[in-house]
Design a protein around this ligand. Structure first.
Ligand code: MN
Ligand code: CU
Length: 662
């Protein structure tokens, strides 16, 4: 009786709050704290008789069908939102369950056991508990004593273990420990040789090994903290854009900014206003980081398994950080909060995790000076002003800065910056000349090896170029040899366009820089007859160097191609599978794509991987200056001509503001 009454009350409260907040309600808005708590209550009640221990690993918006969102959007948004559902992954009695909650009528729609390989996101509480368990484990304490270290200065972290062909596995992590004692930069002071394996479901140490004692690198020279008092006066500069709930309008752009505890920042429904046509035209339904794969190249016992999937194992959203005004984001930034779900299902505020700002970096959007007209000199310049949506995820040692930059010219530039701390290995060596064996990376400081590794960042990009039905075109630039005496020239290059009919046509390994990647709407042409389109201009690219049959590569097979294209499917979201921790590579893009579905004139999704091979160097120690990579989505015959000929209202305002602010 009582729970029912409670549910009813909850429902009433929810209805009232929904009515009052409907003005800024968008079907793709992230779950609110009250919706997260509603989900918690429903799920806890569901497992209350007999009482069972429920551990929450993911709660997020179960998105409405895309068709419903698009019709809601085109109906001037007055309609009731199509649906409001939460998707949760919980662990109950050491089993994963997927639960869908209908938030509008306060009920559980479905509850499904997951019986496949792999495990859900790790939550913070269990990682913390695994570390504390290790710190109080007598054999571990003895190992610390044997090294003459002070236990109070030891910090322990949980590392996911990967998969190496085992048929049966349990949900374990390896706990690796570091030494503070004189520095906050404990990552530069690994305590090598000890490995503790913790079963997370039983919260029990299941294996312990103290293999070899190597010196802990010294604290001296690892500090990166300096007294910073750059307080100054916070000048209030207008943001230059409007924020309506999660919808951002700036210059000719409109987009929805959202947050998910797994993906972090998500951009949806980005569309651009076309002055000539007098309407908004769609560019991208959705864009987010689907996975971030970081395999290390060190084969020693305590290192070989370090092949992290930061989005699917640790959660990019869970790892986001509160951004610091004037440092992480400029003075004119507006901040947005996010909410995540804790282990017990309670919602937790993540304040100021996204910032949005107009950026005037002093760049030139376009210019020309004309000297060719006698007696006249013509000069026309447009300053580049853009809108940046930023988040930072600190996944353990590494910090990733993610920028989505929208330009008036129609371009979307996506940039990822890598900074923070390297994972280093303690060693007996203090100089390169002493090293006669494979150490898997360069020596960076005394007793410190920086392990070689990769960063593969996969973007899920559902482009909807001027409508949902799109095609993917490979424009191959080919050298043509001139035969006979038709020209004094011997060669030139021309564009050979190939429309991808099925998924296998659209898997591309980049490298030579002679392939243009184009998404067009084959049902729409410009006045002069070109298909309207958007092009993906790659920046830093990297392909896998691991062999195909190596276990981490089986799990990270999406890296095999820089570009894949699939038909839109709401269920295909996470490139390396939904249950990434200890996955076997039997879920995810390479598997879905085996069906070789038709992708011509369909709603298509691009999966693009931006990658780095990282050979550490001494400047990365003790903390790494930002290394950036990017790609750009550029309109290509989307507009009839350069869309920013008139001096922009926004551009001049910003330029002036910026000047007066000096
Ligand atoms: Mn699409
Ligand atoms: Cu790196």
């Amino acid at each position: 009786m009582l729970p029912k009454l409670k549910n009813l009350l909850f429902f009433l409260v929810f209805l009232i709050s929904a009515v009052f907040s409907s003005s800024s309600y968008h079907p793709l808005d992230p779950l609110t704290p009250s919706e997260l708590n509603q989900t918690q209550t429903l799920i806890n009640n569901y497992f209350s008789s007999p009482p069972q221990n429920v551990s929450f690993h993911y709660v997020g918006l179960d998105e409405p069908e895309k068709s419903h969102v698009l019709s809601w959007q085109s109906s001037s948004r007055n309609q009731q939102i199509p649906s409001r559902r939460a998707f949760a992954i919980v662990r109950v009695n050491s089993r994963s369950r997927e639960i869908i909650v209908n938030l509008l009528n306060n009920s559980i729609i479905s509850d499904k056991f997951y019986n496949g390989y792999g495990y859900p996101l790790l939550n913070y509480a269990e990682q913390l508990a695994a570390g504390n368990l290790t710190l109080s484990y007598p054999p571990f304490i003895a190992s610390i004593r044997r090294r003459n270290l002070n236990l109070k200065e030891v910090v322990c972290l949980s590392f996911t273990v990967g998969w190496y062909g085992e048929i049966k596995s349990s949900r374990v992590v390896k706990v690796m420990c570091y030494y503070l004692n004189g520095t906050v930069n404990f990552y530069m002071r690994p305590i090598e040789g000890i490995a503790t394996t913790v079963d997370l479901d039983r919260m029990k140490i299941v294996a312990f090994r103290d293999r070899v004692v190597t010196p802990v690198p010294k604290a001296e020279g690892t500090n990166y903290r300096f007294n910073s008092s750059v307080q100054g006066l916070v000048k209030q500069v207008g943001p230059g854009f409007t924020l309506d709930g999660h919808v951002v309008r700036w210059a000719n752009w409109e987009l929805h900014v959202s947050f998910d505890m797994r993906a972090g920042l998500m951009i949806s429904l980005a569309s651009i206003y076309d002055q000539e046509k007098g309407k908004y035209r769609s560019v991208m339904y959705r864009g987010f980081i689907s996975e971030l794969f970081v395999p290390y190249m060190d084969l020693t016992e305590e290192w070989y398994y370090r092949t992290f999937f930061d989005v699917g194992e640790y959660g990019f959203g869970l790892s986001t950080v509160t951004l610091e005004p004037l440092k992480d984001c400029p003075e004119n930034a507006t901040f947005m909060d996010g909410y995540i779900t804790s282990q017990d299902g309670t919602s937790a505020l993540m304040p100021n995790i996204i910032c949005i700002f107009e950026s005037y970096a002093g760049d030139i959007m376009w210019r020309h000076t004309e000297f060719g007209i006698p007696g006249q000199e013509i000069q026309e310049v447009r300053p580049e002003v853009s809108l940046v949506v930023r988040m930072v995820a600190a996944v353990g040692n590494y910090d990733y800065i993610v920028d989505w930059e929208f330009k008036e010219s129609g371009s979307i530039k996506v940039k990822v910056g890598l900074t923070g701390l390297l994972l280093v290995r303690g060693t007996i060596y203090t100089n390169k000349d002493q090293i006669r064996e494979e150490v898997y990376g360069p020596i960076l400081a005394e007793n410190t090896i920086g392990a070689n590794h990769d960063h593969f960042i996969n973007f899920n990009l559902d482009l909807d170029v001027d409508g949902v039905a799109n095609s993917f075109i490979k424009n191959k630039l080919q050298t043509v040899r001139v035969l006979g005496n038709t020209s004094p020239r011997r060669s030139y290059w021309r564009v050979n366009s190939q429309t991808a009919k099925t998924e296998s046509d659209a898997r591309i390994q980049l490298g030579s820089g002679t392939t243009e990647l184009l998404v067009v709407n084959p049902n729409k042409k410009t006045r002069v007859g070109n298909f309207v389109g958007y092009r993906l201009v790659p920046g830093v690219i990297a392909g896998p160097l691991l062999s195909d049959d190596d276990y981490p590569q089986i799990r990270g097979k999406f890296t095999k191609y820089n570009m894949w294209v699939t038909p839109y499917n709401k269920a295909e979201k996470w490139v390396a599978g939904l249950y990434t921790d200890q996955s076997h590579g039997d879920d995810g893009l390479p598997i879905w794509s085996l069906r070789n579905r038709n992708i011509e004139n369909k709603d298509i999704v691009l999966w693009y991987t931006l990658g780095f091979h990282h050979v550490p160097c001494q400047e990365d120690f003790p903390i790494m200056p930002t290394l950036s990579g990017s790609f750009e989505l550029r309109p290509t015959n989307f507009f009839e001509h350069n869309p920013v000929l008139k001096p922009s209202q926004y551009a001049t305002d910003s330029a002036n503001l910026s000047e007066s602010g000096q």
